[in-house]
Write a new protein. Structure first.
Length: 195
């Protein structure tokens, strides 16, 4: 849903991106009959609006701005998701990696809010970098990416998308393997697959 929100925000603008993101999350909440899930529509609104503003300012489409845009979107998303996680789910994220990090930090007596923030932000950084990478890939393939060398646009983007996503996936797998002893074998299989 975040990738769709990001694409809508880039091509249609921040208001459309925010609206489409909210509609997707509210629809999912209606299908699952879980009103609390609908609150995450606020996160989708922030994602769509932030990506749309960054696109209007010309930040999306420049390789050097990929990580700053991802970091901004991840931070904004974390700030909105954090209260929902803390109020309704006791700080848990609903994701095995985020929950594992939260539990690990809590076992080390890290303050509750810090643990909840780090767990949610870890998830959001990986997720939002993936969204921005997909946007760059779409821009490269459609010929809208700004590049400074003579590599073909699609080849330029694909190499960077694969390299950066592989690094992030390996880091995520390593964290998951470390913090969740109960499913070590499954994580090792996924880790080996990505290697």
């Amino acid at each position: 849903d975040s990738i769709g929100t990001g694409l809508a925000a880039y091509f249609l603008g921040p208001v459309w991106g925010a609206g489409i993101g909210a509609i997707v999350d509210i629809s999912y909440a209606a299908m699952t009959q879980d009103a609390i899930v609908g609150l995450y529509g606020l996160t989708a609104i922030i994602i769509g609006y932030t990506i749309g503003i960054c696109a209007k300012r010309g930040y999306i489409g420049q390789i050097r701005m990929m990580l700053p845009v991802s970091a901004l979107v991840a931070f904004a998303s974390t700030i909105v998701s954090l209260p929902i996680n803390c109020i309704f789910y006791g700080g848990m994220t609903g994701n095995i990696w985020g929950d594992g990090i939260f539990s690990m930090l809590q076992s080390w007596d890290v303050p509750f809010l810090v643990s909840a923030f780090v767990a949610e932000h870890f998830l959001d950084v990986v997720d939002k970098v993936t969204i921005v990478l997909v946007l760059y890939l779409v821009l490269a393939i459609t010929g809208r990416m700004q590049v400074d060398d003579d590599l073909p646009r699609a080849k330029y983007a694909i190499h960077r998308v694969l390299a950066i996503s592989s690094i992030l996936i390996l880091l995520a797998m390593y964290f998951a393997w470390m913090v969740n002893d109960t499913a070590q074998e499954v994580h090792l299989e996924i880790y080996d697959f990505f290697w």
